[in-house]
Design a protein around this ligand. Sequence first.
Ligand SMILES: Cc1cc2nc3c(=O)[nH]c(=O)nc-3n(C[C@H](O)[C@H](O)[C@H](O)COP(=O)(O)OP(=O)(O)OC[C@H]3O[C@@H](n4cnc5c(N)ncnc54)[C@H](O)[C@@H]3O)c2cc1C
Ligand code: FES
Length: 263
Amino acid sequence: MPSNRIRMKKNVGEFTIVSNSALNNTNYHICLQSDIGLPDIAPGQFTNVDIPNNKDIFLRRPFSFFDVDYEKKTVSLLVKILGRGSKSLTELKVGSKLNLVYPLGRGFTIPDKNDKVLAVGGGSGVAPILQLAKTAGSSPGQMHIAIGARSAEDHISIADYLQFAQFYFTTEDGSLGEKGFVTDHPIFHDLTQYNRIYACGPLPMMKAIAARAKEAEIFCEVSLENLMACGFGVCLCCIEPTVKGNLCVCTDGPVFNIKDLKW
Ligand SMILES: Cc1cc2nc3c(=O)[nH]c(=O)nc-3n(C[C@H](O)[C@H](O)[C@H](O)COP(=O)(O)OP(=O)(O)OC[C@H]3O[C@@H](n4cnc5c(N)ncnc54)[C@H](O)[C@@H]3O)c2cc1C
Ligand code: FES
């Protein structure tokens, strides 16, 4: 079956770091400014970032857009330190240049005003989820966002997003919100009030949410974080087996409707 792979124009360009600050123990907020106007960037789309000043790291690293300001020509990334590439990004000084390929992939379907939405973010997966709420211009009555983390220190501030959604928190150690995994939250006891579910985070979390959405027959999109190299459909290292055949997460995703996944 032919893939509905995105053929959108990709840009390659230099951005200047205007701020790079720690949000908590492991997450950094990096704001980058372009000299030129930004193309439309949908929530769930990502950029493949060249890691500068590091000869050992030759592959770019993919990061979701956390925020986009078309007027200021800035984009923000939420970077969780995992290995050498992400650590190196968090150490860059204001004024440093970063080379980005953008925007890549297929983002989330924007919900309508009449949709009742449950969006779930785990770890750095919270970035595209918050961007989705802001872009949709939703309200706390319309969108509920559940965020799961290991501990209170791993949660980031959602103060800027309170106008867009009602928030629910879980932590594995019980230090904030309900104790347990995000899918243990009472909000999952009755999903019938929702007609759309979105999720981004660790694979087991997304699989658990997909299973619940499937059971309740609710539209559900998840954003996969398969390992990537090229980011534009050439190296085939991000392949996901789907009911439509093997698809590239970087071009056919990263956002997929769960009905297309072999989960
Ligand atoms: C579409 C997409 C969007 C992403 N958005 C974000 C984001 O907004 N914020 C963020 O912090 N991270 C995001 N990631 C994950 C991010 O790309 C990786 O954390 C990063 O590439 C790790 O690079 P590194 O050099 O720090 O670690 P490496 O040294 O490359 O790897 C360290 C360890 O982490 C594992 N690892 C690397 N990448 C991944 C991955 N994608 N999933 C699971 N394990 C991995 C490696 O196998 C290795 O064990 C995204 C990934 C994808 C594919
Ligand atoms: S990362 Fe190269 S094909 Fe997807």
